[in-house]
Design a protein around this ligand. Sequence first.
Ligand code: PGA
Length: 242
Amino acid sequence: MKIIVVKDYEEMSAKCAEIFINQLKNKPDSTLGLATGGSPVGTYKKIVEAYNNGEVDFSKVKTYNLDEYCGISILHPQSYYYFMHDNLFNHVNIVEDNVHLPSASGENFVKQCDEYNAMLHEAEIDIQLLGIGSNGHIAFNEPGTPFDLETHVVELTDKTRQDNKRFFNSIDEVPTHALTMGIKNIMAAKQIVMLISGANKADTVLQLLNGPITEEFPASILHKHPNVTVIIDEAAYSKVQK
Ligand code: PGA
């Protein structure tokens, strides 16, 4: 696991965007694994800037997202479909057919997981972007999720719903369930880049860097992946012994 410590969120976003921009320059038909949440917003802004400067082209790029909430329409501003279009897809020349997110509309979520999982089996993700929950979750794989699970329906923990409340009007509006790639899907990516920013993640960073590999802290599995880069800002790194 390669650790890069940067000054702040801005620098973290610039470093991460640089990795993705180089990926697209080297392989214009890359398959990207993408994430939502607060951590990647700055990265997407910088990738859009690079697109506007003519540095990158999305016409041959395919994307697969990690997860989607159940029970809210894709038109809801907090759906991950909406988030991805708002932050990235609407601003670059990606072909809509090349954009993939788990679909959590309708009733049969298990079937929708199976469909998404089948798509993932056909794909080969070159580089996967990840955030981390304060409880160590990756995508919506909450503590206790078996490492060998693939795409599945998950009941969100109270901690995750509280963490995500800031994006909604009230806790009652935060969905209770989501569809998520499993840890096995995430580990299949050729390369992984994780972003960690802010003092509220300082304990999370300690656990990730010094704790054991355990299903109780899902991100700990990344120690077993051959090509992971974690970009951490100083606030999130503040409890690590120098
Ligand atoms: P955040 O979420 O980027 O909004 O902190 C990360 C996550 O929950 O995976």
